[in-house]
Ligand binder design. Structure first.
Ligand code: CP
Length: 363
């Protein structure tokens, strides 16, 4: 019996195939082959809180991407009969809207055999009666094995960490960070060009960031994580509308430059597009429980002057900045980015709840 048949027979959820017309040569097996296994790095994630992209070393990232690629290359091998998260409970608390992050975390956990308690409205908890986040976290210790939190408050994750004894993942804390989105972003780039994982590669890519690093948590987390791979980045060009002041948070650019990124800014998207290998676009900046759409002066469509093989990344949800005319083009890697998020989250969760060894033996 093959994987998908076996999953159906056992009642497990099998993965739908990716869209080959859109994803071109992207194949997780190439990434799996490119990265040598050194899985001891993954053990450092056991029972760890995930707050910022800055926590991840290059070696740890490579091993996470390898494990994610292993899940993606053979998804049904890990859903049945292995079920590494069976008897584990996830508390999924999303106090801000989310399509991808909540559902991909929950999909990842379910697919690995775990159970979930989901809170989508903070008003349905004691917070509505004035209960502190640290008291809520004290209770969470009794009810689950891991927490995923999205909250508009920049300090919410750290307030919960005061009393949490189970690990928590920051799934977006206001304008601050969204580290697991950055994992999905970088995982996509490395599946696109697995050779970029090699320490001795002389390949370099140019990346346009269309957005405001000061105001967008996805961009903030992506840039920090990208700096771990500064050896493969020729330059980062931040494309902005000239209206966002300041463009960077205090010390943000200095810190990224110190970590090896070569960054410049422009307001002329179309003049730099023909040189860019990766175009990362976003327009949403979170402000408390609401959002602002920024940089709408820039829009990409099928007639934009892309380099022939350039890829577009977008954390989504999209607005007018990303035209649907690109969806069936070779530049569309944003759907692959969203799909891959399930596998990178499967990898992260497995390591955090100390089930790494259960999946390392599966080939
Ligand atoms: N990428 C992302 O954070 O999307 P959601 O807001 O839908 O979770």
């Amino acid at each position: 019996m093959v994987g998908a048949e076996r999953a159906a027979f056992n009642g497990g959820a099998s993965f739908k195939p990716e869209r080959p017309d859109v994803y071109g040569a992207a194949h997780p097996k190439d990434l799996l082959r490119a990265i040598e296994e050194e899985h001891d790095h993954l053990l450092s994630l056991a029972n760890s809180h995930i707050v910022s992209s800055a926590q991840f070393s290059r070696r740890l990232l490579l091993q996470l991407f390898r494990l994610a690629a292993k899940f993606e290359a053979n998804p049904d091998r890990f859903t049945t009969p292995v079920k590494p998260l069976s008897d584990k409970l996830l508390i999924s608390a999303f106090y801000e809207p989310s399509t991808r992050t909540r559902l991909s975390f929950e999909s990842a956990w379910h697919r690995l055999g775990g159970d979930i308690m989901s809170i989508t409205d903070r008003q349905s908890t004691g917070i509505a009666k004035g209960e502190s986040l640290s008291d809520v976290a004290e209770m969470f210790n009794n009810y689950g094995d891991c927490v995923v939190l999205r909250d508009s408050g920049v300090n919410s994750v750290t307030e919960m960490m005061e009393t949490l004894r189970i690990p928590i993942i920051n799934a977006g804390n206001g304008v601050d960070e969204h580290p697991t989105q950055a994992l999905a972003d970088l995982y996509t780039i490395l599946k696109w060009q697995p050779d970029l994982t090699k320490d001795d590669t002389d390949k370099k890519i140019r990346i346009a960031i269309v957005g405001v690093p000061n105001r967008m948590r996805t961009v903030r987390s992506f840039l920090i994580m990208l700096a771990r791979f500064s050896n493969i980045v020729d330059e980062v060009v931040v494309v902005h509308d000239g209206k966002s002041d300041p463009l960077y948070a205090p010390d943000q650019k200095e810190s990224l430059v110190k970590d090896g990124l070569n960054i410049r800014e422009t307001t002329k998207l179309h003049s730099i597009l023909p040189e860019m290998d990766v175009v990362y676009i976003n327009s949403i900046a979170w402000v408390k429980n609401d959002f602002e759409v920024m940089g709408n002066d820039f829009a990409l469509d099928i007639n934009s002057p892309f380099k022939k093989d350039a890829i577009i990344l977008h954390p989504l949800a999209r607005g007018e900045e990303l035209c649907t005319s690109l969806d069936n083009s070779v530049h569309n890697w944003y759907f692959a980015q969203a799909r891959g998020a399930v596998f990178i989250r499967m990898a992260l969760l497995t390591c955090m709840v100390q089930r790494t060894e259960m999946v390392m033996d599966v080939i």
